[in-house]
Design a protein around this ligand. Sequence first.
Ligand SMILES: [Zn+2]
Length: 383
Amino acid sequence: MSDKNQTPSKKNQDKTVLDYFQNKKKKAKVTSKNVSLSDVCTEGFDEHSDNTVLKFIILNIKKVHQKSVKTFSSGHVSKWNVSTSLAYDRIITAADIGFPTGSCFCIIYQSQRESDNKLQKFKLESCGVGDVGEMIEPSYTGRNLGNSDVPILQHKWPLKPIRDSFTLLTTIPNMIYDEENLPNSGTRFFLMKGVLIHVQNVSMEIPICTGTMCDRQEIKSTSDQSCACLTVSNRCPVVLSCNLFVKDQDGRNILVVKEFRSWVFTKMICGSLLSDNSGKDDFNDGDNLDQLRERTSIILDYVNSNGGWTVIGWYRVGMQQDAADKMQDFGKGQVETVAAETVMPHVSRLVSTFVEKDELVQFRLQASAVPKVSVGSILENEC
Ligand SMILES: [Zn+2]
C-alpha cells in the first residue's frame, strides 16, 4: 500500500506511534541517575537500578594469579560461618566521588576474560589507577572483602572512563588524611586540594611494567611481580621515583610516602623528553641527575606557590583477622586474606590543583640535557 492511499487517520496514528518511541528514546538518554555507594548497598536498590550511574575514582588495581579472596556476607548473625573463597583475577579498589564520604568499595573480576571485558574502555583510553570513571547500573553483591567494611560491587557493562576529570575533582570537598585521628578500622579514601609537596631522593627508575593502567606505581618485590595492566609495551621503560612529603600550608607534614612512583607524575615533570627509547641512565648519569632534580624542584615550587597540589589516595587500618582464621588460611595454603593487610597511606594520584599542564612546559628539562632523545608521541591519547 502506498502512502497516498493511507487514510489521514492511519497516517496520524503512525506518526503518533513514531513520536512515542522517539520521545521515549530521547527521554531514556537523559534519565541517567547519579547514585551513591550507600544507595547501591541499600536493600531493594537493584529493582530500580536501570540507568543509574556511580561515579568513582580508581585507587588501586591488584592482579593476582590463581588465588582466592575471602568474602563475608554482611548483616548476618555470624559472619564467620558464611565465609567463602572467591577466585579472582583482579581486584579494583575505588571510591565513590559522586557523593564522596571517604567510603571505598571494590570490584572483583574472576577471570582474565572478565577483566578484559569490563576494563576494555579504560584500556583503550590508557586510563587506570588515579583515573575517574562511571559504573553503569552498579549492584551490591551482598558481600564484603574479607572481614572489612569494603562492599564488593558488580556490574554488567564495561567501566567508562571520564577523560576530563579535572573539573569534576575541583567540585569535591577536601577529605583530609589526619594521622592523629584515624578510625580504629576501615578503608578510607582521601582527597586534599591545595597542599604543598616536597620531594627528596629523586631518580629515574625501571618500572615493573611499561603500561599505563597501573600508573607504574608498583615497586619491584620478590613475592609478586604482576601489575594490573591488560597490555604492556617495551616503550619508554622509566618512571620517576622519590620520597614524597605532603605538607599543609604551614609546612607541617600531613603524610610521607617512601619511593613514590607514578607515570602521570613522571610525564608532568619530564613531558616530551620521554621517548620510546628513554632509559633510566639518560636521566640518572652525572649532570643529568642534577638537572632532573633541579627541574623537578622548580616545577614543584611553582605549583606550590600557585594553588598547590591535589593529592588523592587511600589507606586501610586495623583489620587484622583473628589468629584462628589465619591458621586456617595457612593450612589451606591458598586463601589470601586481602583485608588483613594494613595499608599505609598510599597516593594514587598527584596533580596540580589549578596550574594547567601546558603551563609547566617552560620549566621542564630541555632536550639538550638528555642525550639520545628522539621525541616520541607516547604521551598522546593517555588520560
Ligand atoms: Zn602495569
